[in-house]
Design a protein around this ligand. Structure first.
Ligand SMILES: [Zn+2]
Length: 587
């Protein structure tokens, strides 16, 4: 697969029809066995997979080893492709480990106190990685890898009371827990010797045929094509993209149900990014304290364009919290029933009844989780699409965003546990939006720039002086760090804190843009940098509707999706459709 600068792969997974499930699962079990045996044998050669990356991964594996359980040459190639990719990935992580290994110190561990058990000293970890990363001059992705490796090393510390001395000590052989078989090692979908795939876009189906071991363990081709109906989004993509070799994968549910899915991988061309000279407007987006996202457009002369947009998720957090509580209740019931069942003698007739109940509850837990995750995904799609839409409406070709490294709490949700969960869920959604935006920006040709968020909510966007935040515009007696209203003592400017932060982030984007235009290279500025120009509001295209300086309760129209804090009549998403349908339409 080419992860080049001009193309990117998109994956769509489709569940195989029931008639093909048993055979596909048997195939996956057989290849998992081969993959795991090969991985174990090649694990001592991990370094070789870090140094040499040219050519397909199966060729590299083939240099060292033949199939431990031969089921045909192309079948082995596909299996070794899986092995090679896993090893190359692990080799990259090993490189990250070697970078952080000298930094691993007791400072990363927060010692045990009377009230708390030992834990990770996250600020120290973050600081060390940020410093390391500056010296490496790499992007955000490597930060995630580095952090991930450090966290794993800390977990090791908790178990062994010392840091690992080498990567192999830290990471056990990454054996596959569920089956996975990429067909990338085969001869293509028309001439393949392990699979064949024909796309019939007019009929909206794919015809898939594969080699598999039958119940007696004899390898053969399936005699009939498996007809897979194609989802609409996949058909759409097929028109413009190139279909790559698919991957057959096993999915396993908590209640033990397993099924095979086929991942269709389509490589699409990235839209060319606009030249820096052509970028005139920047869209600044802030992860809000009160709303999920706040977005403002600013042009290169530091004039705000149009009104800000607040994407508030309304009752979304509450719904998610309710689902989580439901899951908790169910889990409690499962635990109680398990206990009661285990207390019975082994041949007691009531055991079967308990078993039945348990299966039922486990399935219900699974269903709740799915609902929970689907809602998150739908919201992430909606939010990222709204951002792209706003960028287009305002003619912005640079999206400036706060980096993901810090996360503010929203403080909503019931009880400490509820708030913590809400916080975690917000982190998940942001991560999801982030990932979606990164690839969607490539699809539409939008530049994407991250900036350090430090101080963006406590700096006046109009004069650049530090400013304080308060609970509400009329409660200026006491400054509150997470307060909703920002007020600048120096120039009297005041506004919703998320709005101010989004303006500041746009200002950082503009500073970056100006550097790129003049010098052809740039470093992200901090908000106190003199190169970051104050912004003015020209009210271009809109009558300036200043908010009455008083606190706002929930607005009367709050119902479907969004509300403003502070600005009447700013953008507002509403639909007569039920929420579920609405979300799906937008995603
Ligand atoms: Zn000011």
């Amino acid at each position: 697969m080419r992860y080049s600068g001009t193309h990117q792969p998109l994956t769509y997974d489709v569940r195989l029809p029931d008639s093909a499930q048993a055979d596909a699962l048997r195939l996956l079990d057989a290849s998992r066995e081969v993959v795991n045996q090969t991985l174990t044998k090649l694990w001592p050669y991990l370094d070789e997979f870090g140094s040499e990356r040219a050519g397909p991964a199966w060729k590299q594996v083939g240099k060292y080893i033949g199939s431990p359980l031969p089921h045909g040459d192309r079948q082995w190639r596909c299996e070794s492709e899986v092995v090679g990719r896993l090893l190359r990935q692990q080799a990259e992580r090993k490189k990250a480990f070697l970078l952080v290994a000298p930094l691993l110190s007791d400072g990363f561990i927060r010692p045990k106190t009377e009230k708390r058990p030992a834990g990770k000293n996250r600020p120290a970890i973050k600081e060390a990685i940020t410093a390391l990363q500056k010296s490496l001059d790499e992007d955000e992705t490597s930060f995630v890898t580095l952090q991930n490796v450090v966290e794993q090393a800390c977990n090791y510390f908790f178990q062994q009371d010392r840091f690992p001395s080498d990567y192999e000590e830290l990471q056990p052989v990454p054996l596959l827990k569920v089956g996975m078989l990429t067909y990338a090692g085969d001869d293509g979908r028309e001439k393949g010797q392990a699979y064949r795939l024909a796309m019939d876009v007019d009929a909206g189906v794919a015809r898939f045929r594969f080699r598999y071991p039958d119940e007696a363990g004899v390898w053969r081709w399936r005699t009939v094509d498996t007809i897979i109906p194609l989802p609409d989004c996949l058909k759409e993509r097929l028109l413009h993209g190139e279909l790559m070799a698919p991957t057959l994968r096993e999915e396993r549910r908590a209640d033990g149900e397993r099924f095979a899915v086929l991942d269709f991988i389509i490589e699409v061309e990235k839209e060319a990014l606009p030249a820096w000279e052509q970028v005139e407007r920047v869209l600044g987006a802030d992860w809000g304290v009160h709303s999920l996202l706040t977005v403002t457009a600013v042009d290169e002369h530091a004039h705000q364009v149009g009104r800000p947009f607040f994407l508030d998720t309304g009752s979304f957090d509450g719904k998610q919290a309710r689902t989580r509580r439901q899951i908790d209740e169910l889990k409690k019931k499962v635990a109680r029933y398990e206990q009661e069942r285990d207390a019975l003698p082994i041949d007691h007739p009531k055991r079967a009844w308990y078993q039945e109940r348990l299966t039922l509850y486990r399935r219900e837990v699974e269903r709740c989780w799915r609902k929970y995750e689907q809602r998150n995904r739908a919201l992430a799609h909606l939010a990222s699409n709204v951002l792209l839409l706003l960028a287009r409406v305002h003619g912005c070709t640079l999206l400036s965003m706060e980096s993901l490294k810090t996360l503010k709490t929203t403080g909503r949700g019931r009880g400490v546990r509820g708030r913590w969960r809400n916080y975690c869920n917000n982190a998940t959604i942001r991560g999801e939006i982030w990932r979606l935006l990164r690839y969607k920006c490539h699809l539409v040709g939008l530049r994407f720039q991250t900036c350090p968020p430090r101080g963006t909510s406590h700096t006046c966007p109009q004069c650049g002086k530090p400013a304080k935040t308060y609970r509400a515009p009329d409660q200026r007696g006491e400054a509150v760090k997470w307060g909703r209203w920002m007020w600048c003592e120096a120039c009297g400017f005041n506004g919703d804190r998320d709005y101010c932060a989004s303006l500041n982030i746009a200002r950082l984007g503009v500073a970056y843009l100006i550097q790129m235009k003049h010098a052809g290279k740039a470093r992200p500025c901090s908000i106190t940098d003199l190169r970051v120009k104050p912004v003015s509001y020209t009210g271009a295209g809109a009558v300036l509707l200043l908010p009455p300086p008083r606190p706002h309760a929930r607005p009367p129209r709050a119902g479907k999706m969004c509300y403003y804090p502070g600005w009447y009549g700013s953008a507002f998403l509403q639909s007569s459709q039920p929420r579920a349908v609405f979300l799906r339409l937008c995603g």
